[in-house]
Design a protein around this ligand. Structure first.
Ligand SMILES: Nc1ncnc2c1ncn2[C@@H]1O[C@H](COP(=O)(O)OP(=O)(O)OP(=O)(O)O)[C@@H](O)[C@H]1O
Ligand SMILES: [Mg+2]
Length: 327
């Protein structure tokens, strides 16, 4: 495993109380593979991603028993200086709407070189420029043009490709992509997904892909984790999980996408709304919305249960759910 989350709990402290956004998450991201974390808006995806690089907002409280193990080391124990070095060199992140984060007053070249200068002990101008050019080429930009451009001279998709190149400047082992294509049109999104697939194959870099756009990751990811209200509900190899999701929530979430064979799947939409994260339902947080819920579901919280073939689901009634999903 490249990264292992162990009982990760993150609350946001607000006037009304503690918003339990990441609520005891345990799962791993396999080295050299693409792992996708999917879940609706507000399920805690960005909060989890930011915890890796420790860029959560100041009112985020990570509980003491939480661990994020990266190459055998607990990232939550690193000092501020250690985490600064960890960012970019070991792990980089392309975040939501990052294309708007470029400095509008600086040429792309200077932004790329500055990033390297800030993080490299032995900065060599010629070598840095070569590296920047190579990476721009990898994201299918013409280096001669892109290097001298100001951000406003590039399209949104081109800017996002610059950001991806930037994330790779210091040869990180781990790349976090948090909704890397939101705010881009569908064709540009698809182009960027192809590009990321190519980068993954060329560099063998471990990717952690975060999105609510399920159809986008279906073709890219090897492994998937489904997040709901700060809890992992289901994990497994993506091909099998997308073909037949077992957890009743995953079934509802994935009902929106057409099946791989192209036939329209007609599963029911999920009734109700995601829970209040300050006062969560007892037992399984999903039970008020679940078509299979029975007494135990409101009383006890289901652990992730091993269903074989690398698949896990946090559902007491997974066997019935599996049958219902297959029929
Ligand atoms: N600093 C904060 N203080 C209080 N609540 C916050 C804070 N940041 C986020 N939240 C809340 O935490 C929940 C999870 O937020 P998060 O950004 O992790 O969700 P997400 O899954 O990334 O959603 P999206 O798909 O919209 O990006 C949301 O309900 C959000 O409103
Ligand atoms: Mg987010």
């Amino acid at each position: 495993m490249m990264v292992k989350f162990e009982n990760l709990k993150i609350d946001y402290i607000v006037r009304e109380g503690a918003v339990k956004v990441v609520d005891g998450i345990t799962f791993g991201v396999e080295r050299g593979r693409v792992t996708a974390l999917i879940g609706e808006s507000g399920s805690g995806k960005s909060t989890l991603a930011k915890a890796i690089l420790r860029t959560n907002s100041p009112n985020a409280k990570v509980s003491k028993e939480s661990r994020i193990i990266f190459n055998g080391e607990n990232l939550l124990d690193l000092s501020a200086e250690q985490i600064r070095r960890f960012r970019w060199q070991k792990a980089a992140m392309v975040f939501q709407a990052a294309q708007n984060a470029l400095n509008p007053t600086m040429r792309i070249k200077d932004q790329l070189l500055d990033t390297m200068m800030d993080h490299e002990e032995k900065f060599d101008y010629g070598r840095a420029l070569k590296k920047a050019s190579d990476l721009l080429e990898m994201v299918r930009l013409i280096p001669g043009r892109a290097l001298n451009a100001y951000p406003h001279e590039l399209s949104g998709g081109m800017r996002q490709r610059v950001i991806i190149a930037m994330a790779l400047l210091l040869d990180p082992e781990f790349l976090i992509l948090d909704e890397p294509t939101t705010a881009l049109d569908v064709i540009t999104q698809s182009y960027i997904f192809d590009l990321l697939d190519e980068i993954h194959k060329r560099l063998g870099i471990t990717m952690f892909f975060i999105t609510h756009d399920v159809s986008a990751v279906a073709r890219l990811a090897h492994n998937v984790a489904v997040l709901y209200a700060g809890k992992i509900f289901e994990t497994g190899p993506s091909e099998a999980l997308f073909r037949f999701p077992v957890h009743p929530y995953s079934q509802g979430l994935l009902s929106a996408i057409p099946s791989i064979e192209g036939e329209q799947v007609s599963r029911k939409a999920i009734p109700g709304m995601p829970p209040d994260l300050i006062n969560k339902p007892s037992g399984c947080v999903f039970h008020p919305r679940c078509y299979l819920a029975e007494n135990i579901c409101s009383m006890k919280e289901p652990p992730l249960i091993n269903m074989g073939e690398g698949r896990l689901a946090a559902c007491f009634r997974w066997e019935e759910a599996k049958k219902a999903g297959l029929s």
